[in-house]
Design a protein around this ligand. Structure first.
Ligand SMILES: *Cc1c(COP(=O)(O)O)cnc(C)c1O
Length: 404
């Protein structure tokens, strides 16, 4: 039994996560994936020199274009996401840059949420306008405002749900239909917070999904990576431009680590959710806490959408406190015993970080008065962003009780 590298559409998610993209090595009979670090590959017959001449060539030629361990990871990710194809990059931001700059040109218009992942928000604000790409920042929880922002030149609508750091959701099916009806070619979803276990944006009408593999999919905080998923024709074109010309490809070693992480994604997401529910309910009942935003709780303002769009509520939440955030953050740095006070998220280990509204307005968002009021509706003066790991929820509660 050598297994089927492409996965099997009849498999359940847990089986797909373990087996898709993996096979018994035909030479050594190794059961686990090999790590292939080779940069170049000796073709069995003479191929052209340009990557464009390699289109249609089944094997690998040079690892900036494709390589075996990455191909295994890309097959597994595509199977988990229900996508025709995937391309991996050196980081989540690398994947976002590849997708945006691989699809848009000078004179094109991009619609972004009014609050989303800081790295992508800053790429859009600081870099894209220098290349003639215009960006509008829209509250995508209001479809009428999204519709009003669409122009004849709008080529891409970028969604992120749940959004980092606000935990605000948007309706992928509704916004995808609205954008396509009005001639917007690409709907892209940063689905890092949800993971493919919670939400499959392509099935809801989106054209592209982007993941930071650094987060839930890799899951162990030891490998940075990113991925873009979608139709094969689109991904083939993106590979030629973004991989070959921009060059921000994932290292095979990271691909190998992420491949191992992805195999346990379904059971980890279940564990993240189980512990997150316990922690969220504890925080909601704590007198020092003024607000908890977790999509699984009925108190989340978009809980109805979350229940409809997410099969798993993930491990991400925010909470706000009556006392000043930076004071509690200082206690966390000193006194937390299990949870690490550190950025990043989606790891097996719980992580927490304070994100002050004034700080992030100065560094990243620079909202107008209406946008700021809406940001504060979700984030107040600032939030503790808590990424609940797969530890026992009761131990996490005891750790938080110590500092609250
Ligand atoms: C972390 C993150 C990214 C960026 O990923 P990196 O791997 O850090 O480059 C993008 N989007 C979201 C929602 C993230 O949380």
């Amino acid at each position: 039994m050598t297994g089927r590298p492409g996965g099997n559409s009849g498999w359940h998610t847990e089986t797909t996560a373990v087996h898709a993209g993996e096979f018994v090595d035909p030479v050594t009979r190794a059961s686990s994936p090999n790590l292939v670090m080779s940069v170049t590959f000796a073709p069995e017959s003479v191929t052209g020199f340009s990557a464009r001449d390699e289109q249609g060539y089944e094997g690998h030629v040079y690892s900036r274009v494709s390589s075996p361990t990455l191909a295994q990871l890309e097959t597994k990710l595509a199977a988990l996401e229900g996508a025709e194809a995937a391309c991996c990059y050196a980081s989540g931001v690398g994947a976002a840059h590849a997708l945006i700059c691989g699809r848009l040109s000078s004179g094109d218009h991009l619609i972004l949420p009014d609050a989303n992942y800081v790295g992508i928000a800053e790429l859009a604000r600081d870099t894209l306008p220098r290349f003639g790409i215009e960006v509008s920042y829209v509250d995508l929880s209001r479809p009428d405002e999204a519709a009003a922002a669409i122009r004849p030149t709008t080529r891409m609508l970028w969604l992120e749900t749940p959004a980092n750091p606000t935990m605000k959701l948007c309706d992928i099916a509704q916004l995808s239909a609205l954008a396509h009806e009005r001639g917007v070619r690409d709907v892209a979803v940063d689905s890092t917070y949800a993971s493919p276990i919670a939400t499959q944006p392509l099935a809801l009408g989106a054209d592209f999904v982007m993941h930071s593999l650094t987060k839930f999919i890799g899951g162990h905080g030891d490998a940075m990576g990113g991925a873009v998923l979608g139709r094969k024709s689109d991904l083939d074109a993106l590979r030629l431009e973004a991989n070959v010309h921009f060059g921000g490809v994932l290292s095979p070693f990271n691909a190998w680590l992420i491949l191992r992480g992805a195999a346990t994604l379904p059971i980890r997401m279940q564990a993240h959710q189980d512990a997150a529910f316990k922690v969220a309910r504890f925080l909601e009942s704590h007198s020092a806490v003024s607000r908890v935003l977790y999509p699984g709780l009925p108190s989340h303002p978009q809980h109805e959408l979350a229940a409809r769009q997410m099969r798993n509520f993930s491990g991400m939440m925010t909470f706000q406190t009556h006392a000043k955030g930076p004071e509690i953050a200082a206690r966390m740095v000193k006194s937390l015993e299990i949870i690490h006070y550190a950025v990043s998220l989606g790891h097996h280990r719980s992580l927490i970080y304070w994100i002050g509204t004034d700080d992030i307005e100065a560094s990243t968002f620079r909202h107008d008065a209406t946008q700021l009021r809406r940001y504060r509706d979700y984030a107040g003066d600032g939030v503790f962003r808590l990424s609940v790991g797969i530890e026992n929820g009761d131990d996490l509660i005891a750790d938080l009780a110590r500092v609250l």
